[in-house]
Every structure is written in C-alpha cells, then in structure tokens.
Design a protein around this ligand. Structure first.
Ligand code: DQA
Length: 152
C-alpha cells in the first residue's frame, strides 16, 4: 500500500543495466531485475513502496535527482563508479534534500584506493558496502525506521 511518506526511490547508476555480465566474484552474478525484485519484496515487508531508476547517463541521473522530491520520500543510491568522482551528482542529491542511504554491493573500502572516496560523504544517513544484495535490505530497515513505517 502506498501511504504518504513511504515511497523509496532506488537509484542505480552506470553499468548496473549489465549487472549480470559483471564479475560474479565481485557482484554476485545477479541481474538488475533480480536485484530489484528482491528489493521490492524487502520494501513491502517494511511497509515501503519502491520506485526504481537506472541510467548510464550522468545528466539523466542528475535530472532524475532534480525531480526526486516530487517522486519519493527517501532514496537508496548506488551510483556505481560515479560515487567516487561525480560532484555533480552529489550536488544534485544535496539539492533533492531527501534522507538517503548509499549502498554498494562490493566492499569498496577494501578494493582499489580510488573506490574509497565517496562524493556522498556527509550527505547520506549511512554508507553500506560489501554485503551484496543484503545491503539494500539493511538500507530499507534504516529508512523504514527513519520514515516510521517499520513493522518492528
Ligand atoms: C559499486 C562499486 C563501484 O566502485 C563500482 O564502480 C560499481 C559498483 C558496487 O555496487 O559495488 O559500478 O557501486
């Protein structure tokens, strides 16, 4: 059920449309559709309604963030490689002003040095990484508590 203040936008950035073609050792081998199906299921358990967005275009990602306050109450953002260098996306998330959680499937802290930096530092409620799809479940738990829809 969609009630006021329970809409979570789940945003995926560059290369997530081909998630199932990326290194399964790092990303688990599942498709974006499978990942989104899991997320939708977990969200429903928490009384949250999801909307999904993915693009390989940085400009489209920024424009979606511009519209975000009309579309959702909270956000989960996995911007892929943009997370490490796109100040434009960080500025747009800042303007959107919604509570957001940053998620990465892989453990960006223990991979290459450049993946440690996140442009979302200081803008998000939490950064969850290295937990695979379960990281999204954790992010939803956090947002459900934040939005007060939590079943717990
Ligand atoms: C990623 C981590 C990023 O460093 C990488 O560029 C991705 C995926 C993740 O979910 O682990 O595209 O965001």
């Amino acid at each position: 059920m969609t009630t006021a203040h329970n809409r979570v936008a789940v945003l995926h950035g560059v290369n997530f449309d081909i998630l199932d073609r990326r290194d399964p050792e790092v990303y688990g081998g599942l498709s974006l559709r499978e990942l989104e199906t899991n997320i939708e299921h977990w969200a429903r358990e928490q009384g949250l309604a999801t909307i999904f967005f993915q693009t390989n275009s940085e400009g489209e990602f920024v424009e979606y963030l511009h519209r975000l306050p009309e579309l959702a109450d909270d956000a989960i953002v996995n911007a892929g490689a943009w997370s490490h260098y796109s100040r434009a996306i960080a500025d747009a998330l800042d303007v959107a002003g919604l509570p957001a959680v940053e998620v990465h499937l892989s453990d960006v802290e223990s991979r290459e040095e450049w993946r440690r930096l996140s442009v979302f530092d200081g803008l998000v409620l939490a950064k969850i990484c290295g937990k695979g799809p379960d990281g999204y479940s954790e992010a939803l738990d956090l947002l459900a508590t934040e939005l007060g829809t939590s079943a717990a």
